[in-house]
Design a protein around this ligand. Structure first.
Ligand code: SAH
Length: 261
């Protein structure tokens, strides 16, 4: 293994969460680092307009969407971050939501640690928090849910490998990321493990943005409703009786694109 250069010549990598979509949900720290960066390596799902905060001369590198064929393989991406930092650059690795929630932030940092590259992690508003707030669905509520779980609904070989008995519980809110394709399976498993078919469930597409769509139903009917409405990724699925509050608490009115306040 080659020796890491002295810390004077090595840049830093900032693993930065860009929040769920609405630009103003970016942290002040994220905005400052993006404005200072020499290089920005960004993902598919970053807040719209966030790259406009970058210096005009900053190098902007698209790392793509993890599930698409055009994405940069993870190992190559990890090496790219190390290479940029070793060239003395201030690198921002920009991710959607929060880097440590289904964001592979941990994997990228391991390579940085192994290579002796200094790094920092900047948390972001994760999609569950952003979508819940903008849909009017509190994730916890004294009358409904005393705990909340974030789960991946990603389908692999037609199944989702989750501990269903621990998720199909009363008084628990479960938020599924990457779950649109697996929605019928999610609802089927939650019912098979004890929740009633009329247990409330919702989908939030493009949460916090002007294109936000919210559909509420129950475990028995949500897949059909979502298919009929043509809901696609990025979308979150929220399961729990907190969904009943949405009708009363919804406050956000998405606007046609281009309209600003
Ligand atoms: N690190 C991110 C999650 C990455 S996984 C975070 O903390 O939010 C990508 C998944 O996040 C999508 O498949 C979708 O389920 C969810 N997601 C991200 N942005 C979203 C948005 N604006 N609206 C709804 N779901 C979103």
């Amino acid at each position: 293994m080659s020796q890491a250069p002295s810390s004077q010549s090595v840049g830093s990598v900032y693993i930065v969460g860009s929040g769920p979509g609405e630009l103003e949900l970016l942290t002040l720290r994220a905005a400052r680092l993006i404005g200072e960066a020499d290089a920005i390596v960004y993902d598919h799902l970053i807040a719209e307009g966030v790259l406009d905060l970058a210096r005009p001369d900053a190098e902007k590198i698209y790392a793509g969407k993890e599930s698409s064929n055009h994405s940069v393989p993870q190992a190559e991406l990890n090496r790219l971050l190390v290479r940029l930092a070793r060239a003395g650059k201030k690198v921002v690795r920009l991710k959607g939501g929060d880097p440590f929630v289904f964001g592979r932030g941990g994997e990228e940092i391991e390579t940085l640690v192994d290579s002796g590259v200094p790094f920092e992690v900047v948390p972001g508003v994760t999609a569950a928090a952003g979508c819940a707030a903008y849909a009017g669905i509190p994730l916890t509520h004294r009358d409904h849910a005393q705990a909340v779980a974030f789960a991946t609904g990603h389908l692999k070989d037609g199944t989702i490998n989750l501990d269903w008995p621990s998720l199909a519980r009363p008084r628990l809110t479960v938020v599924f990321y990457m779950g649109v394709g697996g929605l019928p399976e999610i609802c089927r498993q939650m019912i098979a493990h004890g929740l009633p078919a009329d247990h409330p469930a919702a989908v939030v597409q493009n949460g916090t943005t002007s294109r936000q769509r919210v559909l509420t139903a129950d475990l028995g009917t949500l897949p059909e409703k979502v298919a009929a409405a043509g809901i696609r990724s990025p979308a979150l699925i929220i399961v729990g009786t907190v969904v009943r509050l949405q009708q009363k608490l919804a406050w956000f009115r998405p606007r046609p694109s281009g309209e600003r306040d």
